[in-house]
Design a protein around this ligand. Structure first.
Ligand SMILES: [Zn+2]
Length: 84
């Protein structure tokens, strides 16, 4: 399974371009063995310069857990709203 853009960033500086990261939300999607998992309103830090989106490790772990739970329930497509 592929989780793109998952990394740990100690400071609010973009590892790609050294731009400033701003708090925001993104839509996360993963294609796992032919099944699609989509999470809307995922908290992310977004580079104001290049637009790259970075997820916290804890967020990535929770996404993985929720994706696995959805697929254990045999959902072909799972779309969730991550933040309330
Ligand atoms: Zn950047």
């Amino acid at each position: 399974m592929t989780m793109n853009k998952a990394t740990s960033i100690p400071v609010n500086v973009c590892p790609m371009c050294n731009g400033t990261l701003a708090e925001g939300f993104t839509t996360f999607s993963a294609d796992i063995q032919g099944r699609l998992f989509v999470a809307r309103r995922v908290p992310a830090r977004i580079c104001e310069q290049c637009g790259e989106e970075w997820l916290e490790n804890a967020i990535t772990i929770e996404l993985e857990q929720r994706a696995m739970a959805a697929f254990e329930a045999r959902s072909e497509v799972e779309i969730i709203s991550f933040a309330a």
